[in-house]
Design a binder for this molecule. Structure first.
Ligand SMILES: [Zn+2]
Length: 222
C-alpha cells in the first residue's frame, strides 16, 4: 500500500456512512500532529526522539496505525451486499473457521490476537465466503473489546443476509493481560454470539460447535 500524505483522511471523508463507523472526519488530527504525539510518548517513556534510531519512528508508527485501524474506513454492511441465490436449495449451515485476526484492545491499545469462527444458516441467499472473513477483518481493524467485536460480526451478518441463524465464536489472547497487568501468558478468552436457530435449537448449536472443534490448548495457537 502506498500512502500519499492525506490519503487516509480523504478515504474516510469519501467513505461510506452507515452509523457503524465511529470516526468523525471533521477534527481528525493531521499526520504531523499524530507524529508529534508519538514524539511526546517517546519523551514521556524516557527516550530522546531526536536520536538517530528514533528519527523515523513517528512516521513508522503512524503508518502502522493506518494498517491497524484500517477498519474505520470500510463499511462491513457493504461487504455483504453482493449475494448469490442460485444455491440449488442448499439449506445446511455454512461455516468458516479459524479466521485469524489481529485487533487492538480499546482500553490499552495493545494487540488482541486470535481466531474467529463464523457460521450462518442460509434462508435463500449466500455470500462469498471471503466476504465473511472480510467482515471479521473490518471489525478487527478498529479499537475493540472482544465481546463487542463478536456481537458486531454476528449482528451485521444477521442484518444483511437475514439468514435463519448466525453463530460467531472468537478465541483470542489479549496482550494487555499477557504482557502487563496480571501477566498471564497462555490465557485465551472465548466469546460467542448465537442468533436465530443457533440460539433456539440446541442440536444446531451442537453441530456448529462440533464443526469448529475444541479450542486449541491455550497458548499454542497465537
Ligand atoms: Zn486491554
Amino acid at each position: 500500500m502506498t500512502h500519499a500524505k492525506n490519503t487516509p483522511a480523504d478515504k474516510i471523508l469519501a467513505g461510506p456512512v452507515h452509523g457503524r463507523r465511529t470516526v468523525v472526519a471533521q477534527g481528525r488530527p493531521s499526520r504531523e500532529e499524530a507524529e508529534e504525539a508519538v514524539r511526546t510518548l517517546l519523551r514521556w517513556a524516557g527516550d530522546d526522539p531526536t536520536r538517530e534510531g528514533l528519527l523515523g519512528t513517528p512516521d513508522r508508527v503512524v503508518r502502522s496505525y493506518e494498517e491497524f485501524f484500517a477498519g474505520y474506513a470500510s463499511d462491513p454492511m457493504e461487504l455483504l451486499a453482493r449475494t448469490f441465490e442460485e444455491t440449488d436449495g442448499y439449506d445446511e449451515m455454512v461455516v468458516l473457521r479459524d479466521i485469524r485476526f489481529e485487533s487492538y484492545c480499546e482500553h490499552h491499545m495493545v494487540p488482541i490476537i486470535g481466531v474467529a469462527h463464523v457460521a450462518y444458516l442460509p434462508r435463500s441467499r449466500v455470500v462469498g465466503i471471503s466476504k465473511l472473513a472480510r467482515v471479521v477483518e473490518v471489525y478487527a481493524k478498529r479499537l475493540q473489546i472482544q465481546e463487542k467485536m463478536t456481537s458486531q460480526i454476528a449482528n451485521t451478518i444477521d442484518e444483511v443476509l437475514q439468514p435463519l441463524g448466525v453463530a460467531v465464536v472468537i478465541e483470542a489472547s489479549h496482550q494487555c493481560m499477557t504482557t502487563r497487568g496480571v501477566h498471564k501468558p497462555g490465557v485465551s478468552m472465548v466469546t460467542s454470539r448465537m442468533l436465530g436457530a443457533f440460539r433456539s435449537d440446541p442440536s444446531t448449536r451442537r453441530e456448529f460447535l462440533a464443526m469448529i472443534g475444541n479450542p486449541s490448548p491455550a497458548g499454542s495457537m497465537f
